[in-house]
Structure formats: structure tokens, C-alpha cells
Design a protein around this ligand. Structure first.
Ligand code: SF4
Ligand code: SF4
Length: 204
């Protein structure tokens, strides 16, 4: 399920959300931080700088910080896992049409990258994760997650998607006792989306 608004945070330093989540979690102020955030967003006219309205900016930033907090809580458990998968969103492929040479396997369902474009984010992530022993899935939607998890019993999952999609999958994985690490997209829009490769490297 996409956000009903588009955003591009690619020029916001990637440590911004991680640092806020880390500090707020450690100080036990995770929830009260949200009230402060709302005031900061208003005061610094974030919605005008990003093109988002106030309520959308609050939703987005709260989601991103919430996901970072879950990552911190789950990190230790995740590091103890052996069988892992990386779930990538199909919207981060360089091409969304026939120029993408990935094979689509409807029974999973998932794309398998054919490495046609060296500068494709999915290609880079696929190569990196496979070298580290991960199985990689390039998903057409979050609804595929439950099927994958029922078929292959992964202990740990790294999921890349927009915050809305991650929240739904995270609840599912938590119910299945799977340790998850989430990497939210920093530019959404369901095509030509972007995630931070440096964050992926650190997370894997
Ligand atoms: S590198 Fe892979 S995911 Fe990217 S466009 Fe080519 S086949 Fe598709
Ligand atoms: S931005 Fe990507 S991950 Fe989010 S809903 Fe659209 S296609 Fe799915």
C-alpha cells in the first residue's frame, strides 16, 4: 500500500533518523518525541521545504523514526540468525518496463535480477546480499511476504520498501517470530524509487 503522497529525502543525511531513534530509544522518550517533532516541523516549515503538507510530513517522519527504533530493538536477535533473506521492492529497479531483463517467477511471486544494468540499485543490492549468503527476492508487492515466509523458513529478513509497506510486513514477521531489519525508501512514488546503499551495507 503506497503513501498517498510522494517524498524525496535523498538529500537528508541518512544518519538523521537513525540518530534521533537511537537517542530517543535509549532515553525512553520515543513516544513523547513525536509531540516535539510536530512542533519542530511546524516551526521550521518542513512541509514547505519538502512540498509535503504538515500531516503528511508528520506521518512520514514518525514512521521512519518508528522503524529505526524497531531496528534497534531487533538488531541483537537479527545478528544471531543464520538463514536470511533480503526483500527488495520492484519499484527500485532501473527500468519498470521490458528493458528490465529480470525473470518473473509468478509462483513466488518475485523477480530475479539478470544484472543488465550496473547502475541499477536492485542489481547492486542483489550482488551484495548474495555474496553474504542471503536469498534475494524482488517483490511486486508486500502481500508476497507471507507466501515466501511460509515456503522458506527464514530466521532473519532485511526488508526494503516504503514505510507503509514495511509496517504491514513487520507486523507479519513479528507474529512469525522472524527477526527483521527495515530499510525505508528515501524516495517513493512506486517507480524510480531510492534506498540508501550505505544503510543496506551496514544492515546486511
Ligand atoms: S539490473 Fe536487474 S533489476 Fe535492474 S533493470 Fe536490470 S534486470 Fe532489472
Ligand atoms: S513505493 Fe514501492 S514499495 Fe512503496 S507501495 Fe509503491 S511499489 Fe510498493
Amino acid at each position: 500500500m503506497p503513501y498517498r503522497f510522494t517524498f524525496d529525502l535523498s538529500r537528508v543525511p541518512c544518519f538523521f533518523f537513525t540518530e534521533i531513534a537511537r537517542v530517543s530509544y535509549q532515553k525512553g522518550m520515543h513516544k513523547s518525541l513525536f509531540d516535539t517533532l510536530q512542533r519542530i516541523i511546524k516551526k521550521f516549515r518542513i512541509q514547505e521545504a519538502t512540498g509535503l503538507n504538515l500531516s503528511d510530513a508528520i506521518v512520514l517522519i514518525q514512521d521512519l523514526i518508528d522503524l529505526q527504533a524497531v531496528n534497534l530493538v531487533e538488531r541483537k536477535k537479527f545478528l544471531q540468525t543464520k538463514k536470511r533473506a533480503l526483500l527488495l521492492p520492484h519499484c527500485s529497479r532501473k527500468y519498470m518496463d521490458g528493458r528490465c531483463k529480470a525473470a518473473f517467477e509468478p509462483s513466488i511471486p518475485s523477480y530475479t535480477c539478470a544484472h543488465c544494468s550496473p547502475d541499477c540499485l536492485v542489481n547492486k543490492a542483489d550482488c551484495l546480499a548474495k555474496k553474504k549468503g542471503y536469498d534475494v527476492y524482488v517483490l511486486p508487492g508486500g502481500s508476497c511476504v507471507s507466501k515466501i515466509m511460509r515456503t522458506a523458513k527464514y530466521e532473519g529478513v532485511v526488508g526494503v520498501a516504503c514505510g507503509e509497506e514495511i509496517k504491514i510486513s513487520a507486523a507479519l514477521l513479528s507474529d512469525m517470530d522472524v527477526a527483521e531489519q527495515a530499510i525505508p525508501l528515501i524516495k517513493n512514488g512506486c517507480a524510480n524509487t531510492i534506498f540508501n546503499m550505505e544503510t543496506l551495507v551496514k544492515t546486511l
